[in-house]
Ligand binder design. Structure first.
Ligand code: CMP
Length: 136
């Protein structure tokens, strides 16, 4: 059953640096994910650590937080039918080398760290992540 949902998307520093924001947003647009809100920000390492708290026990956590705070990012609320899973389908596998053809990470990702985009992995996390960046 299809459901109208919202999810959080982040265009990461590697993609902003290469001016890929327009191309990535056009992929969302062509696939019926509407950008409801969007802002370009540069977060601190502490904010990145808070955002990625679920990964705090992972060996890559410190590098991940350093990376997300290394340059500007664009955070977006995407809305559409089954937006959480649809965004994940469009992004492709976490590691670009395992991602399907024509997915965002296959097209633009450089490595598992510089994988160009983040997307919420569940409706519960989407609500939390949207709140993290867009609550007033
Ligand atoms: P993202 O979807 O933003 O969620 C956490 C990020 O950690 C992930 O994308 C990757 O960029 C990064 N990462 C680095 N190493 C790993 C790993 N071994 N497994 C999963 N994610 C990793």
């Amino acid at each position: 059953m299809s459901k109208l949902q919202q999810t959080l998307s982040i265009i990461k520093p590697d993609a902003i640096e290469r001016n890929l924001s327009g191309e990535i947003k056009s992929i969302f647009d062509k696939n019926n994910l509407k950008v409801k809100e969007s802002k370009k920000i540069h977060i601190t390492k502490d904010e990145a650590a808070e955002f990625y708290k679920v990964h705090q026990s992972k060996p890559f956590y410190n590098d991940l937080c350093t990376y997300l705070s290394s340059g500007p990012i664009e955070v977006m609320i995407l809305e559409g039918e089954n937006a959480v899973s649809e965004n994940r389908r469009l992004m492709g596998a976490t590691d670009p080398k395992n991602a399907e053809e024509n997915t965002i990470r296959k097209l633009y990702g450089i490595s598992i760290d510089k994988n160009s985009v983040h997307g919420s992995d569940s409706m519960e996390n989407a609500a939390k992540e949207i709140d993290f960046f867009f609550k007033n």
